[in-house]
Design a protein around this ligand. Structure first.
Ligand SMILES: [Zn+2]
Length: 331
């Protein structure tokens, strides 16, 4: 665990123990929020470099138990329906989402969702599930994890995210050659990088507990693509889901999801294609009047304490206090 990570986890523990979460829950009452998970991993699997992208299964189970005992968990589409129809947002509600389309969403997360009867939304990268596309950041993580330059992975990934996305394949292939490790030559594929199958997706969807949304065809960052590339990524994502599941998807998650990773033009292309809303990775609670194509989400909490600090609004309350104090001191 890094020094930052250790201080961070001590802070959330402190907030949970001192009851700040309880105070904040009162202040933020009635404001729903959305959590974003990616893959899960067995507790015994240490992952590669970006291990926090794959939540340990026991941590996920504890989080689900906590959410089901303290909060109401609703589907994202129910939340979006309320926003769209300007109905009062359901009180104290949390929506659970997963991005990318990992096999662990079926093998590890789905049984836990069933056990606690918690709905969830899976944002699927269709080319990943089609197995026509190894996700570029998996290739990068694998290559850096198997090279002496391991510590430089985060910097290299940030550099690639900022590039025009049309150059991504060439850049990734160049780095794989330079580092001398290729994910596609690894057999078997590391469990954390296994995609879902369409059969697993259909089975989960048929249960009524899990709904599917789009996340592009190849996980390009749409705000850094030309218009035609972005249109193709969105259309293919919509069509592959509609064909394979028999249901036209309405929900979409922007890859990377930070401001600049999508634009007003991206939202226009989504609406033209048939998507009715999109979620970002900007943290925040869903408020009446939140734009349907810019719905905020929190990242995956890594403990029950962090879940409570996030969902109760303790983090937001702390942020607001800090801002108010700074402004008062500056006045
Ligand atoms: Zn993603």
């Amino acid at each position: 665990m890094s020094r930052f990570s250790s201080i961070y986890h001590q802070t959330v523990q402190f907030m949970a123990q001192k009851g700040l979460a309880r105070v904040a829950r009162g202040l933020q009452e009635g404001q729903p929020c959305i959590l974003t998970f990616h893959g899960l991993r067995e507790d015994s699997d240490p992952g590669l470099i970006d291990a926090e992208l794959h939540t340990p299964v026991s941590v996920f189970r504890d989080i689900c138990r906590h959410l089901s005992s303290r909060y109401r968990v609703c589907s994202l589409s129910a939340l979006v329906d309320a926003l769209q129809r300007r109905l009062p947002l359901p009180d104290g509600t949390v929506a659970i989402t997963f991005d990318d389309g990992y096999a662990s969403n079926y093998s590890l997360a789905y049984p836990i969702l069933q056990e606690f009867n918690l709905p969830a939304t899976l944002f699927v990268t269709s080319g990943f599930v089609d197995r026509t596309q190894s996700l570029w950041f998996h290739r990068m993580e694998y290559a850096y994890a198997h090279s002496p330059l391991r510590a430089e992975y985060a910097k290299a990934a940030a550099h690639l995210k900022a590039l025009p996305q049309e150059n991504l394949e060439e850049e990734t292939a160049g780095l794989e050659s330079k580092l001398g490790a290729k994910l596609r030559e690894c057999d078997p594929t590391p469990a954390i990088f296994e995609p879902l199958t369409w059969n697993q997706i259909r089975e989960m969807q048929a249960s009524g507990l899990v709904e599917m949304g789009g996340h592009t065809q190849t996980h390009l960052i749409l705000g850094r693509c030309g218009r035609e590339t972005a249109r193709r990524e969105i259309q293919q994502s919509f069509e592959r889901l509609a064909v394979e599941t028999g249901v036209k998807p309405r929900l979409f998650a922007y890859p990377n999801g930070q401001p600049g990773d999508y634009t007003a033009e991206t939202a226009e292309l989504l609406a033209e294609t048939g998507f009715t809303s999109a979620v970002t990775m900007s943290p925040g609670f869903v408020q009446p009047g939140t734009s349907l194509f810019e719905i905020p989400r929190y990242g995956a909490p890594m403990s029950v304490a962090e879940t409570e600090a996030t969902v109760s609004g303790a983090f937001e309350t702390l942020k607001a206090w800090r801002l108010a104090t700074r402004e008062a001191l500056a006045a």
